[in-house]
Design a protein around this ligand. Structure first.
Ligand SMILES: Cc1ncc(COP(=O)(O)O)c(C=O)c1O
Length: 403
């Protein structure tokens, strides 16, 4: 018998996205021609400025602990970014740099949530939200669209608020649906949260990755003092710098940021010195890479939607941003875990089950891979599901037949 684990360890599930990635990686390592449409990172190369900053920092041979809540250079770059994109000038005491937006969110929840507190967010949601809220001792309150539809109204969010609500959490554009919450939605939620003294966390990690000339509404535009408004962002998606692990939180509430800093200093001490230098360089450098990335992602989205239209009974709302689409495959199997498993084993295509995002019957299909992989992946999915698709298909160098 082994020594028992904590209640927390036993209560927290694996990240399903990381789990599917691990299985796909193992199949690939075994030589199988896996197509990965489950990913959450652009394959785009790192901006040159970030690469040069890492080299320069490494060559200085001074790779040390940094100030716990972030280097002054990176904080200054984040404050400039915030002014440019949100129209508000904050001070260094209003920002904390963390190891990814994920740690910034965790820090916030640990600093704000007590047992019994509720955190309200709409479905479909990013897979980590419920587990992160539970890790902080809180209760996730998930708001679902009416009549099984995706998408919730601001009024539905407001209705879910109780005297126990500590925070509302909005991710726009949304992972997994790619939908942007409307200007009216954001205005209503911002004004309500400020009036009711509830934290409003805007997970803006995809806010610049939008298509067709659209813009993500800026929550700061509707806040007065905004002491309850926490903006989370980072370099992972914007520059494809997922491996740096740099994200941040900005809030007018300096005591909140200081508390998040204390929590961070007692857990990870500080961020990686090399990563902070690279993130500052990316933020201060040429931003044309962001437009290039959006253009590529928009083209990829259009290719994906064209392929999806070939698969009968699959419904999808055109994503307005991110690099995800959320497709209704319930005609083929209402159990999205079983369907994702089947597609990985049968067609060697990795996608993420909708159940993980709080929407059963859906699959999240990413379009951050190259276009040839998107076309091939969707062709295999169609072959595996549609009885009118050609019975035989070549997967790698094998000719396989649908049973
Ligand atoms: C909605 C959302 N928020 C936050 C994150 C975390 O980003 P980071 O890599 O900066 O931790 C992700 C990553 O997938 C995400 O999809």
């Amino acid at each position: 018998m082994s020594v028992s684990l904590s209640k927390l360890a036993n209560a927290i599930g694996d990240s399903p996205t990381l789990k599917i990635n691990a299985k796909a990686r193992a199949l690939k390592a075994a030589g199988e021609p896996v197509i990965h449409l489950g990913g959450g990172e652009p394959t785009y190369p790192a901006p040159q400025a970030a690469v040069e900053a890492i080299i320069q920092k490494a060559q200085s041979r001074k790779i040390k602990y940094t100030p716990s809540s972030g280097t002054p250079e990176l904080k200054a770059a984040v404050l400039d970014y915030t002014q440019q994109h949100y129209g508000r000038r904050y001070e260094p005491a209003n920002v904390i740099i963390s190891s990814g937006a994920k740690q910034a969110l965790c820090n916030f929840l640990l600093a704000a949530v007590d047992p019994g507190d509720e955190v309200v967010f709409p479905a479909p949601y990013w897979v980590s939200y419920p587990e992160m809220v539970r890790m902080a001792g809180g209760t996730p309150v998930i708001v679902r669209g009416e009549n099984g539809k995706l998408g919730v109204t601001a009024e539905q969010i407001l209705k879910a608020v109780t005297p126990n609500t500590k925070a509302i959490l909005i991710n726009s554009p949304c992972n997994p649906s790619g939908q942007i919450y409307s200007e009216d939605f954001i205005k209503t939620v911002v004004e309500f949260a400020e009036q009711e003294n509830i934290f409003l966390v805007m997970d803006d990690i995809y806010h610049q990755l939008v298509f067709d000339g659209q813009k993500t509404p800026n929550a700061c535009a509707y806040a007065k003092e905004g002491k309850n408004l926490v903006i989370i962002n980072g370099v992972s998606k914007l520059y494809g710098l997922t491996g740096l692990r740099i994200g941040w939180a900005v809030c007018a509430h300096k005591e909140l940021i200081a508390a998040m800093g204390r929590i961070q200093s007692q857990s990870t001490s500080c961020n990686c010195d090399l990563s902070e230098a690279a993130a500052a360089a990316a933020l201060n450098g040429d931003q044309s890479c962001v437009q290039d990335l959006c253009r590529i992602l928009q083209e990829n989205r259009d290719v994906l939607l064209k392929e999806a239209a070939q698969i009968p009974y699959v419904h999808v709302e055109k994503p307005a941003g991110t690099f995800y689409s959320f497709m209704d495959f319930s005609h083929y199997n209402a159990d999205s875990n079983a369907l994702a498993q089947y597609l990985l084993e049968k067609a060697l295509v990795a996608v993420v089950p909708g159940a993980s995002f709080g929407a059963e019957g859906y699959l999240r299909i990413s379009y951050c891979a190259d276009q040839a992989s998107i076309v091939e992946g969707m062709r295999r999915i169609r072959w595996a599901l549609d009885e009118n698709a050609p019975k035989e298909i070549k997967i790698g160098d094998k000719l396989v037949t649908r049973d």
